[in-house]
Design a protein around this ligand. Sequence first.
Ligand code: S3P
Length: 441
Amino acid sequence: MIKPAINAVSVSRPKRLRGTVTPPGDKSISHRASMFNAVANGVARVTNYSTGQDCASTLRVLRGLGVRIEASPAADGRGDTLTVHGVGMHGFKEPDDILDAGNSGTTTRLVSGLLAGRPFQAIVTGDASIRSRPMGRVIEPLRKMGATINARKDGTLAPIVFQGGQLRGIDYEMPVASAQVKSCLLLAGLRAEGRTLLRQPALSRDHTERMLTAMGASVGSDGLSVWVEPGELRSLDVEVPGDVSSAAFWLVAASIHPDAEVVVANVGLNPSRTGVISILRRMGADLEIRDERTVAGEPVGDIVARTSRLRGVDISGDIVPILIDEIPVLSVAAAIAKGDTVVRDAAELRVKETDRIRATAAWLTSAGVSVEESRDGMTIHGAGRLRGAACRSYDDHRIAMSLAIAGLVSEGPMHIEGAGAADISYPTFWRDLELVGGAIG
Ligand code: S3P
């Protein structure tokens, strides 16, 4: 397998794309499976745990809180198997060092819900990207619940210092549609006095609600409202389905390449995550879902993607939160499509691992595609073609992998600076790129 050891790679267009790819375990479900089992009663086995660095960051933080977790790679090299020894809802130990969440926003925000109101001090920080991302969105409501929390820049930026407090349930109007914020507050609600009720502006991924319910928590929802009652969790064995956000790279690659048929196996198809499939189909992509089944309470299937003729579409409104991570790779599809693709209501992209609107507009421009940025999105004028170019990932995994997919169809090679960032969510990405026929230089 070629690993971008020097962090710079070139990807060139192959004649054909063929093969079967199995994406890594879902990142969102992996984080939750380890975190929730860590505070449950009992011992749980988690299979196909994501091998990405973000999910390793979650394990590091949980171990720092005294949780015993054994991890071993699966025999086929895909996914890890974990044994998580739950410490119960009140069993965390005071960490003897700062907890390092690395590049992971999900780790930082969900762990904040687990640390608020504990009878000890804990400090969470991460890399430069994490230290620039908005944390006020969890700190403010956690303070409303009674937690004592301090953070840099007037309580908005990590490092975040948790210093106890007594949690009580709140009725909270969420200003952003964020599964991370929702999950953080539901986790805090499990240890609060009384009910915690959250009112969301739009639906976001619901893995937390599903998993907590399966673990015996009293969680409910009605339209955009979701609530939780305090209570304990029972440990739960979880078989993590493949990550639809990782699958998206191959769905786009096969749809835009002139001679392609790629099967993406074992893909999680939770409807709160499949916006990318709906949008690609709306663009004209030929995507066939086979062998739909249920694994660990989540729908799963195999997807066959084939060469298609795409047209530009509008991406806005309620679908945005359920495909937010896929907009960088959908932008590659938009560049090859006929007509304009307009992205709106996606200001959240500006506060991801990097400003993904700016990063995407920058590389599209150097690849010869005309694009206009707006405050909450962009308009991409589908050019039907991409020029090869030298582009930066800004150390953002999804930008790095989107550039590689662009390289599979661009007229000259795509030179990617910061390619190693793919390891954050998809360490086997470069192997899979070669597996379907991609040429890496
Ligand atoms: C995630 C939620 C999303 C997403 C992130 C993972 C999760 O963030 O972008 O990659 O696992 O809950 P927001 O909920 O902040 O939009």
